[in-house]
Design a protein around this ligand. Structure first.
Ligand code: GLP
Length: 249
């Protein structure tokens, strides 16, 4: 696991965008696993800027991690809307395929199978992740077990509370979501997890220093051979840098 700490989210976003550019430039049809949340906009801002200097995402396939159940694509808090607003509508040349789970599908199990077949056909080259304060990745919540495939998840009260800041009231936050499972995440060739702010410092320290356990879903990233944590000084503030340096030597 590599850990890169930046002065601020904007610089971190530029670094994550340059990792993305490297994948895009070295892969004929790059498959990018994308994430939502308040952490990823600095990455999307940087990708939009880099397009002016030659970055071309038009051969890319994008596959988003998750979507709320019951929110239509044009709902302001849907992840469809988020991605259009922060990335897709700002690009001069859109990716050639954009995939986001459909949280309004009549048959949600069928939608999960459909999404898994998209992932099987398009193995993910680079997976971007945020992290919930409870350690969730995508919407894979802390539990006794982690689900491998795309599935319907009941959101934890912590997540509903945390995400209520985007809604008028906590009652409006959907109680369920569709999320990619941990298998698709772990099968990505490269993973970049972004986290900013002191409110993420506890979870980042736990995820880096604790043993792998399903109550802290992001700890499974310790099993992956190419993971980079892209942090700002605040989210990195509780890491034990000495032990990290020792474990590297
Ligand atoms: C949501 C998303 C996650 C995201 C997490 C953190 O619940 N499903 O993919 O990583 O929140 O969000 P934020 O970046 O706003 O802290």
């Amino acid at each position: 696991m590599k850990i890169r700490v930046f002065d601020n989210p904007a610089d971190a976003g530029i670094y994550a965008a340059s990792l993305t550019e490297r994948v895009v430039e070295t892969t004929p049809t790059p498959v990018l696993g994308l994430a939502t949340g308040s952490t990823t906009p600095p990455l999307y801002d940087a990708l939009v800027s880099m397009e002016q200097y030659g970055l071309d995402l038009s051969e890319a396939v994008t596959i988003n991690l998750d979507e709320y159940i019951g929110l239509s694509a044009n709902h302001e808090q849907s992840y469809h809307h988020f991605m259009n607003h922060h990335l897709f509508s700002r690009l001069r040349k859109a990716p050639k395929e954009i995939h986001i789970p459909d949280g309004t599908a009549a048959d949600l199990n069928e939608e999960c199978h459909r999404y898994d077949s998209i992932i099987r056909k398009n193995p993910i080259d680079l997976q971007i992740l945020g992290i919930g304060k409870n350690g969730h990745i995508g919407f894979n919540e802390p539990d006794d077990l982690l689900v491998l495939n795309t599935h319907v998840v009941n959101l934890s009260s912590d997540t509903i509370q945390a995400n209520s800041r985007f809604f008028d009231s906590v009652d409006e936050v959907p109680r369920q979501a569709l999320t990619m499972g941990v298998q698709a995440i772990l099968q990505a060739k490269k993973i970049v997890l972004m986290a900013f702010g002191t409110e993420k410092s506890d979870i980042i320290a736990k995820v880096v220093h604790s043993p792998v356990r399903t109550e802290l879903p992001a700890t499974i990233l310790q099993l992956h051979r190419d993971v980079t944590f892209v942090l700002d000084r605040d989210s990195a503030s509780k890491l034990d840098m000495n032990s990290l340096l020792l474990s590297r030597s």
